[in-house]
Design a protein around this ligand. Sequence first.
Ligand code: IPD
Ligand code: CA
Ligand code: CA
Length: 269
Amino acid sequence: MHPMLNIAVRAARNAGEIISRSADNVGKLQINRKGINDFATEVDRMAEQEIIKIIKTAFPDHAILAEESGEHKGNDFVWIIDPLDGTTNFLHGFPVYAVSIALQVKGKLELGVVYDPLRDELFTAERGGGAMMNNRRIRVTNQTGLKGALIGTGFPFKSQQHLDAYLGMFRTIHADSAGIRRAGAAALDLAYVAIGRLDGFWEIGLHPWDMAAGILLIKEAGGVATDFAFQDNYMETGNIIAGNPKMHQVMYKAIEPHVTEALTRLKAK
Ligand code: IPD
Ligand code: CA
Ligand code: CA
């Protein structure tokens, strides 16, 4: 295993332990409201601090982009961290949440780790080295159409201005697929596409830390991810369509008629 992946795995497992330890005491946690429907707890912050401590001890010169503490300047190696993806689920005791850590070097995703502490499922990917779950090789499904497909999504609850566009997409996919799931942790949704539990996924308005590790997992598992303009500006637009190459195409076709100009625009940095 790549030594940097080792560090990412250690950081993700330690963060997972912090999250699990706190899961029985969510009622006592201090909750911060960052925006509409956007919460962070001490657990998010503690888990993030642990991850950053482990990365910074091993690689003091590396840069960091973390959800709770933002940008930490450094060299061309950028660690993209979501210490707890699925905070709303966590706060409600809804058992779907994960830690997500990715490494991007000069704009290229090199490593990705998504760790689900509840199921002890560790998803890892290295660019060119494939994707694994608990050290076993994983692959996207062979599904070729929406008929019979199980599709994951996230609702645009923080970007309500896109609700109509989203509902148009939803209607088309809902009409043709076997089912749509909204589990509430995008990093895990993407990992589930990589391992074949979902045939595809789409969401509007994600942040880089929600997707970075999951996207590499999907690519290394034989899948494809793009934004709504069929480009790879998902980190800049926040919008993503993912699946095996055929499902990606099928989903793009279903989604594209509902894409507004605002949805293809790159967000200002
Ligand atoms: C959220 C989850 C959710 C997605 C949101 C994200 P958080 O992350 O991934 O599934 O729909 O857009 O913000 O805030 O729980 O880390
Ligand atoms: Ca997240
Ligand atoms: Ca988070």
